[in-house]
Structure formats: C-alpha cells, structure tokens
Design a protein around this ligand. Structure first.
Ligand code: NAP
Length: 276
C-alpha cells in the first residue's frame, strides 16, 4: 500500500481546498506548532510539519518554548492560541517534557482547533461516532484502508498495541466500520495465535519485526504503524509480504499519511471556523 502516493494526493486536495477557502473568504488556514525544549527528534518532526504545511497552502506559526517552561505557562500559551482567530489548528509536539502535566496541556487546546486529535473531547467524539478530529495516525490508517477499498464489515481485525494515540483509537475506528476487533498488548498470551486469525493486522507497538511473517494469514491486510531505528517496522516485512494481500512498507506506508491528515484536518478546521 503506497502511503507516500496517497499522502501526496491528500496534500494536493488539501492545498486546493485551502486556496478555495482563501479565495472565498480571505482566510488562510494556519497551524500553530508548539514545542517545549529542543529535543532533536521533536525539532525534526515540527520542521517536517512546517515544510508540508507550506505545500498544502497552510500557514505555520511556530511557538518554541524553553525546556523549563511550567505546565501553567504552557497552558497559558495554548489557551491564547485557542482564542486567536487567526489560528485554526494547534499541535503540541509530544513529549512536552517530564515535568509537564501533558494531559492538562492538551486539554487547553480548544476542541475545534484540536487537529491532532489529542483532547478528551476528540477521543470521546470518536468513541460516540460523532464528528470530531481523529488522532492523525489512526485517521491515516483508515484513509489507507478506504483508498484500497478494504472491506471491514465482519472481518476480524487484530490491533497489536493499545496506546491512547494509536492502538486504542484505531481499534475503535475499525469497530465503527463493523470489524470484529481484538486488541493485543504486552500482557497478551500467545500473540502469534491471535495474529494468525486476523483478516486485518494493525501493528502499533514499537518493537522491530515483532509480527512474524509466518503468522500472517494468506491474503490478510497488514498495516505496519511501527517506526523503529534503521527504518524498520513492527512487521517482518519480506516474510509477511509473500503471504499478505496488502501490506504497508516502512517507510512509505503509514508514516506519510499522519502529516497529510494533520493538514487536511487543519483546513477542515479553518473551513468550519470561517463558516462561523
Ligand atoms: P507506545 O505508547 O509505546 O505503545 C506501545 C504498545 O505496544 C503498548 O500498548 C504496549 O503494550 C504494546 N506492546 C509493547 N511490547 C509488546 C509486545 N512484546 N507484544 C505486544 N504488545 C506490545 O507506542 P505508540 O506511541 O503507540 O507507538 C507505537 C509505534 O508506532 C512506534 O514504533 C511509533 O514510532 C509508531 N508511531 C508511528 C506514527 C506514525 O506517524 N507513523 C505515529 C505514532 C507512533 P502495553 O499497553 O501493555 O504496555
């Protein structure tokens, strides 16, 4: 499954929508990125998001805060951006620092600007099947499955990983599409036995090649959200590819979709906010 190509098309569509919005209303969609400290990986992620924003016709406003920023100061910054009518989406780069109460910080993001899908409001809306912003990586996975016309109703989906930003929401979204969902995690007994039963496998763990190719059911759809040092996913790719019906590579699968969804959701937010 070609995440790079699909992400490129999504960014192009997003750029066209952004341009149309600007022509119609004068509004230029703006994504504010907030980074606490200067962790090199986080700096790179934020820079990638800013570069892609430009390609999608989205302005980026960066707020860099010192590493010793307190939770209260971070909350004040996010509250101010939530009230700023020229900002349509807000992204707080995770991790914000060990001394920060990240949940309190995320909750300072106004739900209508939560384009990264990190607030309790967004999570609950997804759980209730109500409109709201998806967490970006799960949203990207669902768009990949839709683009490849993967039928989910009645299929057995096995999600390996249950983090709040990835495994848990992707399982909820698959359930929303009528899949029968099994969650596996670090305490699951006999992971292989579960994977062998799966029509759709989503690997969201962060352990290189944890999912053995030999366990993939012939014809299954394999989504590898893992990203480990050395460009290695959570699935034993070469062995899994022979058996899978569809599979995402690492890199070039799920990864590019995440930022593309972030930008698409920023333009959604700008459209809604400029419609009043
Ligand atoms: P996380 O918060 O560390 O969660 C990892 C999950 O995997 C946990 O639920 C954990 O179980 C489970 N797990 C750990 N070891 C396991 C094992 N041996 N067997 C079965 N389950 C196991 O990680 P995350 O943030 O969800 O990220 C997961 C992976 O996705 C990472 O490689 C990350 O880099 C990647 N990722 C990619 C994107 C993207 O844009 N492509 C975005 C986000 C994350 P417990 O709950 O029991 O601890």
């Amino acid at each position: 499954m070609d995440g790079t190509g699909l992400a490129r098309r999504l960014v192009e569509e997003t750029a066209a929508r952004a341009a149309a919005l600007t022509r119609r209303t004068g509004t230029v969609p703006c994504l504010a990125t907030v980074l606490v400290g200067d962790d090199p990986a986080s700096v790179t992620y934020v820079r990638m998001k800013q570069n892609r924003s430009a390609k999608a016709g989205v302005l980026s406003r960066h707020v860099g805060l010192p590493a010793d920023t307190s939770t209260a100061e971070l909350v004040d910054t996010l509250t101010a951006l939530s009230h700023d009518p020229n900002v349509h989406g807000i992204l707080l780069q995770h991790p914000a620092g060990r001394h920060i109460d990240e949940r309190a910080a995320f909750e300072a993001i106004a739900p209508e600007k939560d384009v990264d899908g990190v607030t309790m409001h967004s999570f609950a809306a997804m759980g209730f099947g109500l409109p709201g912003f998806a967490s970006c990586t799960p949203g990207g996975i669902m768009r990949l499955l839709a683009a490849y016309e993967v039928e989910l109703a009645g299929k057995h989906a096995v999600v390996v990983g249950r983090s709040a930003i990835l495994g848990k929401p992707v399982g909820m979204l698959l359930l929303g599409q009528d899949a029968t969902v099994t969650y596996c995690h670090s305490r699951t007994a006999n992971l292989s036995a579960h994977v062998r039963e799966a029509d759709v496998v989503v690997a969201a763990v962060g352990v290189p090649e944890l999912i053995r190719g030999a366990d993939v059911k012939p014809g299954a759809v394999v989504i590898d959200a893992g990203y480990n040092p050395g460009n290695v996913g959570d699935v034993e790719f070469e062995a899994a590819r022979i058996r899978a019906g569809l599979i995402t590579p690492v890199p070039g699968g799920v990864g590019p979709m995440t930022i593309a969804v972030l930008l698409a959701q920023t333009v959604d937010a700008a459209e809604r906010q400029s419609a009043g």
